[in-house]
Design a protein around this ligand. Structure first.
Ligand code: 13P
Ligand code: SF4
Length: 314
């Protein structure tokens, strides 16, 4: 907040923006979807919050004419691919996941020459999904790998830590070898050692994009929504959480548990979205997300295959 604006004035401004958003949403039959890493203002005005998988499923079940998607580029692309007849807009066009750039369509094509299937993490662009056999998210990477592997072998990219997480009884070869998310790379083994010493009664839960050594020290590893669910259902009163700060804020709002970040780690790209941006996207219907028809058709096959393998009816 600029220093010349008092907290009261700022609150009033936010309240006015929220009122405008509510009115426009009604008038335009619009739906606001927000990823768990969005800031709390956006989470408050969202019709639905969730992880990548939940948001993709939700997008197939709406009769809204306009979808305002608050997250990063690959998520909005997935929503657009699944809803070719709906208008999908984003608050900020620059909100792009840097990890998604680490895997190219050529890398997928080259790997597939070996004859083994390729699983594209949903954190990829449509052109990459179009070359893959199936998609996965952090909520189902291990299950998809188990069901899709040929002779116990498959490829997965771009996140090498997710590939390691999914290697349960099957060999999941990461492409590229060391693909990573900079937000989750921040968490170190030493952070877990210190946190466990400071909070011996807490459970440690982390995202599968964390380094394998960090995953191995955790009580639970799962997608953002799976972590939230775990906290809500567990009898424990305290949790050390290794993921982006937006989910930690959501956990604090929605549970009465003590939530300690393993380390404060922020996804700068996710935070480019603001409620001003949501209002602009909603009123001007600007920043439209549209994927080339031919690519979208092929990418949709890989996304649909994920739903089929998981027996998700969309
Ligand atoms: P989830 O699907 O678990 O929400 O993860 C998305 C993501 O970008 C994690 O960095
Ligand atoms: Fe991409 Fe990591 Fe940000 Fe998720 S947290 S959107 S993987 S950079």
């Amino acid at each position: 907040m600029p220093s010349h604006i008092s907290p009261e004035k700022n609150l009033k401004k936010i309240y006015e923006i929220i009122k405008k958003i509510e009115k426009l949403k009604e008038e335009k039959n619009a739906l606001i979807l927000a990823h768990n890493y969005q800031n709390t203002d956006i989470q408050k005005i969202a019709d639905f919050k969730g992880d990548s998988l939940e948001l993709a499923i939700k997008a197939t079940k709406t009769d809204a004419d306009l979808i305002v998607f608050c997250g990063v580029d690959f998520m909005a692309e997935t929503v657009s691919i699944l809803n070719p007849d709906k208008k999908v807009v984003v608050p900020c066009k620059e909100a792009k996941c840097p990890m998604a750039l680490q895997l190219t369509p050529e890398m997928v094509k080259t790997a597939k020459k070996s004859g083994y299937p390729f699983i594209a993490y949903v954190n990829t662009h449509a052109e990459v999904k179009a070359e893959a056999d199936v998609c996965c998210t952090s909520a189902n990477a291990d299950k998809i790998a188990k069901r899709i592997a040929k002779d116990g072998i498959c490829y997965m990219g771009p996140d090498a830590n997710l590939a390691a997480f999914a290697s349960k009884g099957v060999k999941v070869i990461p492409i590229p070898k060391h693909g990573y998310c900079y937000v989750h790379k921040m968490f170190q083994v030493e952070d877990v050692v210190i946190a466990k010493k400071n909070y011996p009664d807490a459970e440690v839960i982390v995202h599968p994009e964390c380094d394998v050594e960090v995953q191995n020290m955790a009580d639970f590893v799962g997608s953002t929504s799976q972590m939230l669910e775990y906290v809500k259902k567990s009898d424990s009163k305290m949790f050390i959480v290794g993921t982006e700060i937006g989910l930690i804020e959501r956990m604090r709002i929605e549970t009465d548990k003590k939530i300690v970040p393993l380390r404060k780690s922020v996804c700068i790209e996710m935070k480019l979205n603001t409620i001003d941006g949501v209002l602009r996207a909603l009123s001007m219907e600007e920043n439209i997300v549209k994927v080339d028809e031919e690519i979208a058709k092929r990418a949709k096959k890989a996304i649909k295959k994920m739903f089929d393998v998981m027996s998700i009816v969309v």
